[in-house]
Design a protein around this ligand. Sequence first.
Ligand SMILES: C[S@@+](CC[C@H](N)C(=O)[O-])C[C@H]1O[C@@H](n2cnc3c(N)ncnc32)[C@H](O)[C@@H]1O
Length: 238
Amino acid sequence: MKIDVLTLFPSMFTSVLDESIIGRAKDNDIVDINYIDIRSFSNNKHKKVDDYPYGGGPGMVMKPEPIYRAIQSVKEDNSRVIYLSPKGKVFNQGLANDFSKEEHLIFLCGHYEGIDNRIIDDYVTDIISIGDYVLTGGEIPAMAVIDSVVRLIPGVLKSEESFKDESHYNGLLEAPQYTRPREFKGNKVPDILLSGNHKKINEWRKNESLKLTYKNRPDLLEKINLSEKEKNIIKNNE
Ligand SMILES: C[S@@+](CC[C@H](N)C(=O)[O-])C[C@H]1O[C@@H](n2cnc3c(N)ncnc32)[C@H](O)[C@@H]1O
């Protein structure tokens, strides 16, 4: 997969995406990530990329011409152009899965009050929000989306099983996890996890996953078809 990030702050990305699992995916040529400075596409002698909003109001708006040229410099026929914005569709695991199957993603990061809407109307294929709050720029949202997408590309995680058991993969939250020591500050790891009985461990995990989802994110349960057995597990826990 190829990813091009259009941003006014390319240096924000390297310390995050060059590390750990995503850094390894880059080193192993599973993903090619480039950071493109929108400012370098400004024809203004001061490299200005923003201007006052028409109609008045606070702040500045990113001008269309440098963004247009930046998009054109990388766009291919199969590119998906993703603008990060609090006005977009809220990102989730389903969208991460969808993006992970693409060959080329372009992430457009806004700053200040955002970007001229004509770019969104004519050149953006997806508007994506990472939640109902406002950040200073699209850089942190782009990093969050890239991280969640790249880890789903085959070969990035050691085993596909790693994400199949994770929260949101099947619509539920993951069961609690424990590691050594067996006892920490008087709290013991549940006996079942030390039993070696994998059938029983899987059953316990499934039950805990249902209970945790009911407790923390009951909205998720409304989106999946629960069996009678699963409904009873939740009911017995009420
Ligand atoms: C200060 S925000 C602009 C907010 C805009 N004036 C509004 O009210 O919708 C600047 C930039 O940060 C990014 N941004 C802020 N919050 C975001 C969110 N929740 N999800 C994705 N991008 C966000 C967008 O790229 C946006 O253009």
